[in-house]
Write a new protein. Structure first.
Length: 134
């Protein structure tokens, strides 16, 4: 993953063509880039974002921002009630409580980080025999 001015580029390698190619993934607009080396790819990514921003400015349009900081989600009414109660009990607004829970979940589920779940070792059953028995 690459980042430039808040835009995230996801990269793949085409072995047949011998080229890296990527796309900006956190915008609804289509922004692509490619390069034969990592340095060329990085430069193409930054140039593509810069070109996109210049294109929007020339047209008098606001570029699609990577994220606005707001999203709407639909949950069952009972869960909404439970979440609201949990927020109230902690003395936080619903927004602050949900933000905290999401932040904690992101930290727990970060790629490359070991899972927080415990590993359960499988115990081997031992056969016990009485002394002197065959």
């Amino acid at each position: 993953m690459m980042e430039y001015h808040g835009y995230l580029g996801q990269v793949e390698f085409d072995d047949d063509a011998g080229i890296f190619h990527g796309e900006v993934i956190n915008t609804r607009d289509v922004i692509t880039f490619q390069g034969k080396t990592v340095d060329a790819l990085r430069k193409a990514f930054q140039e593509s974002v810069d070109d996109y921003l210049a294109f929007c400015k020339a047209r008098g349009e606001a570029p699609d921002k990577p994220f606005s900081g707001q999203f709407v989600t639909r949950i069952p009414p009972d869960l909404h009630r439970q979440v609201s109660l949990a927020a109230h009990v902690t003395g936080k607004s619903l927004n602050a409580w949900v933000t905290e829970q999401l932040r904690d979940a992101v930290v727990r589920n970060r790629p490359g980080k070991r899972s927080a779940t415990k590993t359960v070792r499988k115990k081997t059953a031992r056969k016990t025999t009485k002394a002197g028995s065959k």
